[in-house]
Design a protein around this ligand. Structure first.
Ligand code: AMP
Length: 218
């Protein structure tokens, strides 16, 4: 089973993708996470990507496609059998076309495009309040899910940080980029007769997860 988890920044793709990946033993491929790792490690790719990310713009397609190809080519073990959850990819028509070609090459189906719908004001509140743990990846939210100890990860005790692209003006730009360049892919997949499903993402994490699982099993 291969699925695309689709939706604006802050819709919950990372959280829901991680839960689905654990449940179905799938590989979660988040281009955002891969880019942040590259930025943190100071690799040539990270240096190339950083300014785009900090400005809330998309990283060029060629960079992203190289990254995705590398991960898919290197897959092994049980995650390979159970398929891939694409999180934050594709984000442009060129990326979607390239993914279709890649899946055809690998003889892999695209089973579903799951769209998490959340309205803009809620997204800004989620993103601008988001705190992430650089050590274990746990997410907190200043407003809706504050850590027990101020500024400290509940799970591992590391100091929480705000992602540099979660500042309010960058968040608004990211939402605009989503509307202009990424949201049109919903029609792209509808026109390609893909299995596109909309899920209300403005609910409790467990409720959204239950709905996603039901759609995948249904
Ligand atoms: P995310 O964590 O998915 O919200 O991604 C964070 C940032 O990484 C985005 O705002 C983009 O700058 C960059 N990025 C992640 N995935 C992609 C992609 N598929 N195409 C272009 N840029 C991306």
């Amino acid at each position: 089973m291969n699925i695309i988890l689709f939706g604006p920044p802050g819709a919950g793709k990372g959280t829901q993708g991680a839960l689905l990946a654990a449940r179905f033993s799938m590989l979660r491929l988040s281009t955002g996470d891969l880019l942040r790792d590259a930025v943190r490690d100071g690799t040539p790719l990270g240096r190339q990507a950083r300014s785009f990310m900090d400005a809330g713009e998309l990283v060029p397609d060629t960079v992203i496609l190289g990254l995705v190809r590398e991960v898919l080519a290197g897959r092994s073990g049980s995650a390979a059998e159970a398929g891939v959850i694409f999180d934050g990819f594709p984000r442009t028509v060129a990326q979607a076309d390239a993914l279709a070609r890649l899946m055809a090459e690998l003889d892999q189906p695209l089973d579903a495009v799951l769209v998490l719908d959340v309205d803009d004001e809620e997204l800004v509140r989620r993103l601008a309040g988001r705190l992430s743990c650089p050590n274990c990846g746990r997410l907190h939210n200043r407003y809706s899910d504050p850590p027990r100890v101020h500024g400290t990860c509940d799970d591992c005790g590391a100091a929480l940080v705000q992602r540099s692209d979660d500042r309010e003006e960058t968040v608004r730009r990211r939402l605009q980029v989503y509307r202009d360049q990424t949201r049109p892919l919903i029609d792209y997949y509808v026109n390609a007769n893909a299995n596109v499903q909309h899920i209300a993402g403005d609910r409790a994490i467990e409720d959204v997860q239950r709905d996603l699982v039901a759609r995948l099993q249904g």
